[in-house]
Ligand binder design. Sequence first.
Ligand code: ADP
Ligand code: 5GP
Length: 221
Amino acid sequence: MTDAEPGTRKGILLVISSPSGAGKTTLAHLLAQRERLEFSVSYTTRTPRTGERDDVDYKFVTEDEFSRMIERNEFAEWAKVHGSRYGTAIHTVNRALEDGKDYLFDVDWQGGAQIRRQWPEESVLVFILPPSMAELERRLRRRATDAPAAIEQRLETATRELEHFAEYDYLVVNDNLETALKELSSIYVAARCARTRRGHYGHELLDEAQAQARGRPASQQ
Ligand code: ADP
Ligand code: 5GP
């Protein structure tokens, strides 16, 4: 990986995945607020849960609309999860890359893998783990936004999601929410400070120092 040239900084694609119920949506929204990160609103064919708003939580579309978007290559990635389709709009990723804006993506492991494959230098992948499987089940049942059959399906899929934790750069255990948020913030701040994203500051300063040194009389060099 090479240092970014001045003025060419690309946005960070911060990807967050977890088994359903681990608290990824809660953490993603808190992080977006705290760090003023843009949240990538996905398209989905699933029906809205009580309280979910179109265009804020998801862009809710029909199966036909989703299929048309695939045909028109409008997705950066998409996947079938828990029987519904979910996808990230390509224009969101383009905005991150062209305007240097950092974006937060709440996607499953298939989405994480597709983003990593296409943008290996810009993506940072974080996997959220529940403190235990019993607590994961408690959270899913307490959330009570899904029908009992949907909860069973999410518990089954949890194992398949967990199988992919090792493909991620960072792991955050969401036991205490405040601690998990602090860890997630730290990961994002560290990514922003990576030499590969900040290198141009070093180069600029070095150029300035060298120019000054050249201008000094030989006795002072
Ligand atoms: P996900 O997006 O991973 O499916 P949610 O963010 O919807 O999960 O969280 C699942 C449920 O667990 C929600 O009711 C949420 O309020 C709750 N929750 C999230 N984090 C914690 C935590 N650290 N401790 C206790 N409950 C939590
Ligand atoms: P939920 O229905 O609980 O909101 O989300 C179910 C799963 O779909 C979660 O694992 C979530 O991360 C994932 N998901 C949400 N949006 C996208 C997306 O745009 N792409 C992919 N691949 N997964 C998504």
